[in-house]
Design a protein around this ligand. Structure first.
Ligand SMILES: [Zn+2]
Length: 281
């Protein structure tokens, strides 16, 4: 059994704008994120629904994640850049885009990147019936399987919007780990490449899950400098699932009472643990 450091939020019902899906800017700060270190002796059933904002790891490992694609021109451009750097990333694809550009999804998978489920049409899952959510995820799961020959094992809810109950049944039914993020450059607001780069460099630390979107030209323009500088700082890039597999307990000797909410988040209570503004997802 592996050590698993799971982070799960209470009830994330947050809205964000962006992602090109047209939800308004009715944003609220995400609720506080709690975390517990789970030693390997603890049955995994002790925590029934989980999500990850970042992973506690020993080394300088991070996961770059790109949402909302694939995009016909920008995603291949990004794949070229990642290949030059020998960097593995994770793409949370929208099902209808994956169905439209299966070759791009196939290429990404072939080149070692992870493909995750980001719903079929980018709705706010927290406001939908279970049946509608199931359909969104199933169709996308099928499109990814069609393109890559493999079903995804991770999903990211659009806008980071998902209830605790939904996390539970989605994890049980699809086997997905629910992936959120701790670094959000708000690139969907198109602030310009330099701002995107600076925000990512400022927030990223070991174990970070960096959110951005491969559907915005400025994000792709920001990546050469972003990747150069992250490399210069010594970061190493892995997929989200690889990062999760590296998870370490918070402390060498976890408290005996490691139940829910007994362990504070290992981040200082700063904006690092919760996105600065409205999460885009
Ligand atoms: Zn999105």
């Amino acid at each position: 059994m592996r050590f698993v450091f799971r982070r799960y939020s209470a009830l994330l019902l947050m809205f964000g704008a962006g992602c090109g899906a047209g939800l308004g800017q009715t944003s609220t700060q995400p609720s506080a994120v709690t975390a517990a270190a789970v030693p390997s002796a603890t049955p995994s059933s002790a925590i029934s629904h989980t999500s990850y904002n970042f992973i506690h790891v020993d080394g300088p490992y991070i996961a770059m994640t790109f949402d909302d694609g694939p995009q016909e021109k920008l995603t291949p451009k990004l794949l070229d850049l990642l290949a030059q750097h020998h960097i593995k990333a994770t793409f949370f694809v929208i099902g209808q885009n994956a169905a439209e550009y299966p070759d791009i999804v196939a290429r990404a998978a072939r080149e070692g990147h992870e493909i995750g489920n980001h719903s079929w049409s980018h709705p706010n899952l927290a406001k939908m019936s279970d049946e509608s959510v199931r359909k969104q995820l199933r169709q996308t799961d099928d499109a990814i399987k069609q393109a890559t020959g493999k079903r995804p094992t991770v999903m990211r809810p659009p806008y980071g919007s998902i209830s605790a109950r939904q996390k539970h049944w989605i994890h049980d039914e699809f086997g997905y780990e629910i992936i959120l993020w701790d670094v959000d450059p708000l690139d969907w607001k198109r602030p310009g490449p330099a701002v995107v780069t600076n925000r990512i460099l400022k927030e990223t630390r070991p174990g970070s899950i960096v959110l951005s979107h491969d559907i915005h030209p400025g994000t792709i323009e920001a990546m050469p400098e972003t990747l150069n500088q992250l490399e210069a700082k010594g970061f190493k890039f892995v997929t989200v699932s690889e990062l999760i597999a590296m998870a370490k307990p918070e402390t060498p000797a976890p408290s005996p009472s490691h139940g829910q909410n007994s362990s504070p988040a290992n981040r200082p209570a700063s904006k690092g643990a919760s996105p600065v503004a409205s999460p885009a997802g």
